[in-house]
Ligand binder design. Structure first.
Ligand code: GAR
Length: 217
């Protein structure tokens, strides 16, 4: 039996689309049961409808507190019998209410190599800092922003002529690869959280060193 995933998304939902595509092609052993957005106009809701997936709005500001908002989100997720929650461009910090309802089962994707550049506008921040590599991170969610144990990271080079948009696009292509993979590891029961570390069992080591600019020594 595959995962029953609820996706929380505030925006355009290209990561949601990657999960929908991976699930429908069978590469990801999961069903996306529901997409929940805090933004009634989010294109992610339209993507859900087009895929025949339930699309629900829990509007930001309708509830008196962040906890009450998450209570409403948990109600929706439970109604759809979700066992795994994937944040995909979800711009709200989730509270312990949601984390307690799905312990060890809430994941997020972030467009930087955490713990560098948490928060928003991180591609611009990476460019300003002058880093030679950036990338993306899938991690389990805890109570701090962009902080929990890391499942997978992908690295991309930063080019001298990059703009925040060109860097974001390069990173996004990798996001669309690592998020389905992280969920597939979870579906296969291969992830174990050991403190801050996530162990993939059996191990599946990635490729070797990267340099930017080139190193000839
Ligand atoms: C993605 O780059 C995602 O990593 C980022 O928002 C974008 C959403 O794009 N999330 C965060 O910055 C969370 N801290 P999408 O709606 O096309 O998937």
């Amino acid at each position: 039996m595959g995962l029953r995933v609820g996706v929380l998304a505030s925006g355009s939902g290209s990561n949601l689309q990657a999960l929908l595509d991976a699930a429908s092609s069978g590469r990801l052993d999961a069903r996306i049961e529901v997409v929940v957005s805090d933004m009634p106009d989010a294109f992610s809701l339209e993507r859900a409808r087009r895929a025949g997936v339930a699309a629900e709005v829990v509007a930001w500001g309708a509830a008196p507190s962040r906890e009450a908002h998450d209570d409403a989100v948990v109600d929706v997720l439970r109604r759809h019998q979700v066992d795994t929650v994937a944040l995909a461009g979800y711009l709200r910090l989730v509270t312990p209410v949601l984390l307690a309802a799905f312990p060890g089962r809430v994941l997020n994707i972030h467009p930087a190599l955490l713990p560098s550049f948490p928060g928003l506008h991180v591609q611009a921040a990476a460019l300003e800092h002058g880093v030679k590599f950036s990338g993306c991170t899938v991690h389990f969610v805890d109570e701090e922003m962009d902080h929990g144990p890391i499942v997978i990271q992908a690295v991309v080079p930063v080019r001298d002529d990059d703009t925040p948009e060109s860097l974001a696009a390069r990173i996004l292509r990798e996001e669309h690869r690592i998020y389905p993979q992280a969920l597939q590891y979870l579906a296969e029961g291969r992830l174990r959280i050991d403190g801050r570390r996530v162990v993939v069992d059996p191990p599946s080591p990635g490729s070797g060193s990267l340099h930017n600019p080139a190193v000839k020594f």
